[in-house]
Write a protein that binds this ligand. Structure first.
Ligand code: CA
Ligand code: CA
Length: 98
């Protein structure tokens, strides 16, 4: 198999979490380009959709159990006032309740 270019729909972090099975070693040396998942405001954990785990990640951040590096800080400002606080969690909860 002569696989040299791979286009992966996801970020590098997600790619690195994939276990490459035996015989697919070519994937380890291929030239990989990454396609970032759609950026959705409120997608705090950055998996491409808004779920209960985003509200959880937000709660952890607000309570100090997660640092800004642990979440997708650019997408956490759901209330869009430039600050990350309880209002953003409220917006995420409203989205989840829809
Ligand atoms: Ca998410
Ligand atoms: Ca905010």
């Amino acid at each position: 198999m002569n696989l040299t270019k791979v286009h992966y729909m996801g970020n590098e972090k997600a790619w690195n979490e994939i276990d490459v099975a035996e015989g697919n070693d070519v994937l380890l040396t291929a030239d990989i380009t990454f396609e970032e998942l759609l950026k959705i405001i409120g997608d705090v954990d950055g998996d491409g959709e808004i779920t209960a785990s985003d509200a959880l990640a937000m709660r952890k951040y607000l309570s100090g159990r997660t640092t800004a590096e642990g979440i997708n800080i650019d997408l956490a400002d759901a209330f869009e006032d430039g600050r990350i606080n309880a209002k953003d969690l409220l917006v995420i909860k409203k989205i989840l309740a829809q």
